[in-house]
Design a protein around this ligand. Structure first.
Ligand code: 0A1
Ligand code: ZN
Length: 884
């Protein structure tokens, strides 16, 4: 917990470590009362360190030190000192062996960092700074060591004992104790260390690498989950093949293990050859898991696997470089998912996340560049900015270089830095060196926070037959950064004529990257204001801008309704086509807000309704795209666009518009629903996922009619579905309706699935996200439900996180009860699990964008949190920055 004032760590203070650790030998004696860790470190002074006589300073948090010796000689108390998280030993030799024993109580570790227990098994989470909760160490990513790990535990309670690398020894000892020894030949930083001990069942398979290495693939789970591992295993094999095909990267050991644990702060962790997963990101079967769940498993399994190269073989020098591994790996996993499914749908989903969560973060009090300059608590920086914006930055490099040069760049990066801990600068330099393309100005994306804005205007000169785009860029100030240098922004454009895309010929050819067929260009936007003139344009075109969302920016172009309709109907770029539908939806929502405020009825524009009707009848377009285009911009996205945010006004207008569309198109929605029904065997493939998505979108509209027929349809779907996607969708619509059956549906759902924690999380979430009044009381009631457990992060996210983060109307209740509820939960969790507490707090920190009445109530809850004298550095950082 908090000492006086948690201190800020600056990137500019980086210096190389004073010592290196050539080898690390750990012995774990795992017990019920306590566990003993004995470490033997082969230390030597770093020849590159500024000082050659500095004391040895090791990190250690909340540790009970049992003994400490150097080269076999026990140190007495005067030879070392401790302050805060540092253990100092002065006068050490140039190279020596340090032996240290610590005693831990993993069963009491509720922070889920370091060594802890989850459902009776021992497991670890060391990224970013959890290893220091296990033993005293140089717990920083640029200290890489070869690990040998001995695990000793009771054989009947913990038959499976795992660590990184290869199993080199197993032995049965006296009294039912057994031991395994693991050796990882690849030097690694401590954050990639892992250990697991428990009673686990295993699913096994094999993968043959291109160079002929046979790799044993093992997924360890609780016995009852053995039937939910197939999808993860298939995803793993697909990811291994894809990384060979697309990046030329092979796996490098004979064994690759995945372990599923119930209690985990994040999605999963890429520990070398021993990935540890939140059960929610590995287990999947049709009866218990939605399509989105299946896709998440595929994406996360691939993400963690890809880290073996982008993260493990080449790791980060310091935590300011986190996006080096995370941004790159997210880019890799999103390209993989795109190749496995529908590329446009994946792009739209990624952009949606970016434009809601990341843009909001970039406009809020915690805004930071993808390479931050400072932090108080690194755990707070596993953000959508580091991950998703970081991925967009890598994607822009890919766009600027093109696929071949990008691959040359990644080959150079991996070859040049294999086995090293490096920086974002090293990545950019490899891309530059391999391609010969100057990325000097592009580097601002790494150091400047905030979402750049592009104001674009277009003029057609009929006489000269030219079309001119004027592009102006700006970037709002963010905490600590008022002045921003112009960014290098790749702006992909096409010009759409009556009969399709026009050939593009720029008068200044140096300013662009051409597509092979000359109908799409990537403009290099580098100046505050720039003009691009296209010649030989024979008709007034509609510009299709930011195609494929070529840069993480906000783009303004004053489109007319007719222009947007043309893009929505005929743009060949799926992203722009979808975006046009969203812009039209936004116009309609804004009209609805005005209408409701004036006490009028909401009636959508007839052209817009016709376009939706056409969409519903369009069977040549991917059904998933139709579904996405029919969904109005989310309330979270609207909160990014309409300021100040009137949560209730936005919600009511959007709902009224949805209802008006449902009424106007009820026959079409019904027909679409029937068309999408199918009795083929479930598969989580793109075609089926698309069809279910459109079917459920149609049902969601029909339910707004609030008639017996629609409710009967939902009840039938709920009762007859054999997959969780359709079942949960029906349950969600019923819970948000007036249907009398909903209580029974909820009860039956619980009874059927009470032994499946992941399904019960969905049950909590559906209720927490119910838009009807009184949901806060329901959530408060559910907190004392026997299935709820505040120590389990998945449960906290499903109930409290979903309510506060995804249920605007209820969280922003005008009496402030939602805010008070969140502050109470944060204060509680601050003591048990600070990482989860500080993440949960995020919705309150956005207080500045709401109406003054809400601002005041939100602020006073933040003040109440800040006043807690026992605040963790995690929560302290978020709350104090949000009030600055
Ligand atoms: N490196 C993991 C994410 C991760 C980060 C921190 C954790 O504990 C605090 C756990 C996992 C990834 O990107 O998947
Ligand atoms: Zn990652």
């Amino acid at each position: 917990m908090r000492d006086a004032q948690p201190s800020t760590i600056f990137l500019s203070d980086y210096s190389v470590p004073d010592f290196l650790i050539d080898s690390t030998t750990l012995r774990f004696e795992l017990g019920e009362a306590s566990s003993l860790v004995c470490s033997v470190l082969a230390l030597r002074r770093n020849p590159d360190a500024a000082s050659q006589d500095a004391p040895l300073q090791l990190h250690g948090t909340e540790l009970e030190l049992v003994s400490l010796s150097i080269d076999g000689r026990q140190l007495d108390d005067s030879e070392w000192s401790q302050s805060g998280e540092q253990l100092s030993i002065a006068n050490v030799p140039a190279s020596f062996s340090l032996c240290c024993e610590t005693r831990l109580r993993p069963q009491d570790n509720t922070s889920l960092e370091g060594l802890y227990k989850s459902s009776g098994m021992f497991c670890t989470q060391c990224e970013a700074e959890g290893f220091r909760k296990i033993t005293y160490y140089l717990d920083r990513p640029d200290v890489m060591s070869v690990f040998t790990v001995e695990i000793i535990a009771d054989q009947s309670r913990y038959p499976v004992l795992l660590s990184n690398g290869n199993l080199i020894e197993t032995e049965s000892l006296a009294d039912g104790i057994h031991k395994t020894v693991w050796h990882d030949p690849f030097p690694k930083p401590a954050y990639l260390f892992a250990l697991v001990a428990g009673k686990l069942a295993v699913v096994e398979d094999q993968f043959l690498t291109t160079s002929g290495r046979s790799v044993d693939l093992k997924i360890y789970v609780d016995e009852k989950d053995l039937d939910k591992c197939d999808h993860a295993m298939l995803s793993l094999k697909n990811a291994m093949r894809w990384d060979e095909d697309v990046y030329g990267r092979e796996y490098d050991l004979d064994i690759f293990n995945i372990v599923a644990v119930d209690d985990f702060n994040m999605g999963a962790m890429e520990n070398k050859s021993l990935n540890i997963f939140n059960t929610s990101c590995v287990l999947a079967k049709q009866e218990t898991t939605t399509d989105a769940g299946f896709q998440r498993v595929e994406g996360v399994v691939a993400h963690e696997y890809f880290h073996n190269w982008s993260g493990n073989r080449v790791t980060c020098r310091d935590w300011f470089q986190l996006s080096l591994k995370e941004g790159f790996t997210v880019f890799r996993d999103s390209e993989f998912s795109s190749d496995m499914g529908s590329p446009t749908v994946k792009r739209v989903e990624d952009v949606t996340l970016l434009r809601t969560a990341q843009f909001a973060e970039d406009a809020g009090p915690m805004a930071h560049p993808i390479r931050p300059d400072s932090f108080i608590e690194i755990s707070n920086f596993y953000t959508v900015t580091i991950y998703e914006k970081g991925s967009e930055v890598v994607r822009m490099i890919h766009t600027l270089l093109g696929p071949e040069l990008f691959r040359k760049g990644s080959d150079l990066y991996f070859d040049r830095h294999d086995g090293q801990a490096v920086t974002c600068e090293d990545f950019v330099l490899a891309m530059e060196d391999a391609s010969g393309i100057d990325l000097k100005q592009f580097r601002h994306w790494y150091s400047q926070a905030g979402t750049p804005r592009l104001h674009v205007s277009g003029t057609y000169d009929e006489q000269a037959q030219t079309y001119t785009l004027v592009v102006k860029q700006s970037c709002p100030s963010t905490p600590g950064q008022t002045e921003k240098a112009p960014f290098h922004i790749p702006l992909a454009v096409a010009l759409i004529g009556e009969a399709g895309q026009l050939a593009l010929q720029l008068t200044d050819a140096a300013a662009n990257i051409e597509s092979p067929d000359n109908t799409e260009l990537v403009l290099n936007v580098t100046e505050p204001e720039q003009r691009f003139v296209f010649a030989n344009i024979k008709e007034e075109p509609v510009p299709s801008l930011l195609r494929g969302f070529s840069a993480p920016v906000k783009l303004d172009f004053d489109y007319s309704g007719a222009q947007l309709l043309r893009l929505m109907r005929s743009d060949s770029d799926g992203f722009c086509r979808w975006d046009a539908s969203q812009q039209l939806g936004l116009v309609e929502i804004k009209r609805a807000i005005t209408a409701l405020a004036a006490g009028q009825q909401v009636s959508p524009d007839s052209e817009y309704v016709s376009a939706c009707r056409e969409l519903l009848a369009n069977t040549s377009l991917d059904a998933a795209m139709v579904a996405l285009m029919l969904q109005l911009p989310s309330e979270a996205y609207l909160a990014e666009i309409i300021h100040p945010v009137d949560v209730h006004g936005i919600h009511h207008a959007r709902e009224a518009l949805r209802k008006a569309l449902a009424t106007a198109l009820s026959d079409e929605f019904s027909a679409c629903y029937s068309r999408c029904e199918s009795d083929e065997a479930y598969a989580p493939d793109a075609a089926q996922i698309a069809r279910r998505s459109l079917k459920n979108t149609a049902l969601s509209y029909l339910m707004l009619l609030d008639d017996a027929q629609s409710i009967a349809l939902a009840v039938r779907q709920y009762e007859s579905s054999s997959n969780m996607t359709d079942r949960l969708a029906a349950l969600t619509y019923l819970v948000n309706s007036t249907a009398a059956y909903k209580a029974e549906a909820l009860l039956r759902f619980y009874q059927q699935w009470q032994h499946e924690p992941l399904v019960i999380n969905q049950w909590f979430q559906v209720q927490a996200m119910c838009r009807l009044p009184g949901t806060l009381e329901v959530v408060q009631g559910l907190m004392s439900h026997p299935a709820f457990d505040i120590r389990n992060p998945n449960k906290v996210r499903a109930l409290i996180g979903a309510f506060c983060g995804q249920n605007g109307v209820n969280f922003h209740r005008e009496d402030g009860a939602g805010y008070r509820f969140l502050a109470d939960q944060v204060l509680l969790l601050n003591r048990s699990n600070p990482q989860i507490a500080s993440r949960l707090l995020v919705p309150l920190t956005k207080w500045r964008k709401y109406l003054p009445s809400a601002q005041q109530l939100m602020c006073s809850e933040l003040q109440r949190v800040l006043a807690d004298p026992e605040l963790s550095s995690d929560v302290y950082e978020v709350v104090s920055k949000s009030l600055q």
